[in-house]
Design a protein around this ligand. Structure first.
Ligand SMILES: Cc1ncc(COP(=O)(O)O)c(C=O)c1O
Length: 392
């Protein structure tokens, strides 16, 4: 089936955070929303059909997850990433961020140090702080125009002791798909100093051109034993509102420990729609994913071309993975508050501010490129006009 991602879907009645919370978050309603990471595209038709059929049953009682649910997820990981995972080591969780928070709470102790690598998805800061752990930052560096990990600094931090490292792979917001060699260097440091790795691989199906996602836990047996991976079909297939993710444990014992946490909170079950949607997505969604990834990559090219030609002060990256474009706006000469104000009150855009992702990201903004090109075109035109007025 051929999908048409140019179609603008009216989300005014969609109860969409991305649209309905703009006023509350940015102080005015008349902004083009390119912030929170969901897509303005309808998901794959087989997923919609599975939900439709489930809805028509008209009974939405407690669910019982069939074994096929995790088996299909395992087949997906094998096919897309060449990674063999025992479905018996998978567990359902309502979201990756809830998993991160529960893992911190139940697999470390209060006061323990947890390492993150900013600029990074800002809930990484929140889950550490809100669970009374000590946040330790190993900022990414820029080398030859690209973000890389700082292994020397990481080793220094590791030497001072840390219990856990939150790895973002691919890395939101800078769009890096970490090479195997990069992950091996990081993983070896963590092994050497007894630091458990939580690999957030939620963006791992959104990969472009020659890049290839390497599942961190799939690199070697000692890495596997030291890692808990969190992933989900929610970014891949635009299903965030269904609240279903998967965590993958190294052994039955640690899985059972997490299962007890879920049991205590009584959140072990899928809701009735995620149950059928996730399985349909992993079983039948690949055709849609191939097409949406091509469309998003063309959006990246469109943004680059537009900025080069009309707004050279704005320098977007071309992400290797994720659908989030990391935009260097330092050419505008604005501080972080001025840039925030400029995007809202001059360009009329709702974007993620760079500084939300860390102190080393002032002057940057993040644009969500998973939308019809006409929306991007309108946003870039508003940005161009605002920049022209600012510079004149
Ligand atoms: C790196 C990363 N992890 C987790 C999430 C959110 O996951 P969930 O909605 O399953 O909590 C996002 C969403 O943007 C993300 O970028």
């Amino acid at each position: 089936m051929q999908y048409n991602f140019d179609t603008v879907v009216d989300r005014s009645n969609n109860f969409a955070a991305k649209y309905d919370e703009v006023g509350r978050k940015f102080g005015r309603d008349d902004l083009i929303p390119l912030w929170v990471a969901d897509m303005d595209f309808k998901t794959a038709e087989p997923v919609i059909e599975a939900i439709r059929q489930r809805a028509e049953q008209g009974i939405f009682g407690y669910t019982s997850r069939p074994e096929s649910y995790f088996e299909v997820a395992g087949q997906w990981l094998k096919k897309r990433h060449g990674w063999d995972v025992d479905p018996g080591l998978m567990i359902h969780s309502p979201g990756v961020v809830p998993s991160l928070s529960m893992l911190i709470r139940y697999f470390t102790d209060p006061g323990d140090k947890i390492i993150i690598q900013p600029p990074v998805y800002y809930p990484f800061f929140d889950v550490v702080r809100s669970n009374d752990r000590v946040l330790v930052e190993n900022p990414l560096k820029v080398a030859d125009g690209q973000y890389v990990m700082d292994y020397e600094h990481l080793e220094e931090l590791a030497r001072q002791g840390a219990s856990m490292l939150l790895l973002c792979s691919p890395h939101n917001p800078v769009g890096r798909v970490w090479h195997k060699e990069e992950l091996v260097r990081l993983g070896n440091i963590c092994l050497r100093y007894g630091i458990r790795v939580i690999a957030d691989e939620i963006h791992s199906d959104l990969i472009y051109s020659r890049h290839k996602h390497t599942p961190f836990a799939g690199i070697a047996e000692d890495f596997r034993r030291n890692t808990i991976t969190c992933l989900a079909p929610s970014k891949t297939f635009n299903l965030a509102g269904l609240q279903a993710s998967i965590a993958i444990f190294p052994d039955k014992k640690s899985r059972a420990r997490f299962d007890k946490v879920l049991g205590d909170l009584d959140i072990r079950r899928n809701n009735c729609f995620s149950l059928v949607a996730v399985e349909a997505a992993y079983r039948y969604g690949e055709e849609w994913l191939e097409q949406v990834n091509r469309y998003i990559a063309a959006n990246f090219a469109y943004i680059q071309h537009y900025c080069r030609k009309y707004i050279p002060e704005i320098r977007p990256n071309y992400p290797e993975g994720t659908y989030l474009v990391w935009v260097d706006c330092r050419g505008l000469g604005l501080d972080k508050n001025q840039l925030h104000d400029f995007m809202i009150n001059k360009a009329r855009l709702a974007l993620d501010d760079g500084y939300w992702f860390g102190d080393n990201a002032n002057g940057y903004m993040r644009i969500n490129a998973a939308c019809p090109r006409s929306i991007l075109a309108a946003a870039l035109e508003q940005l161009r006009q605002a920049v022209e007025e600012h510079i004149r």
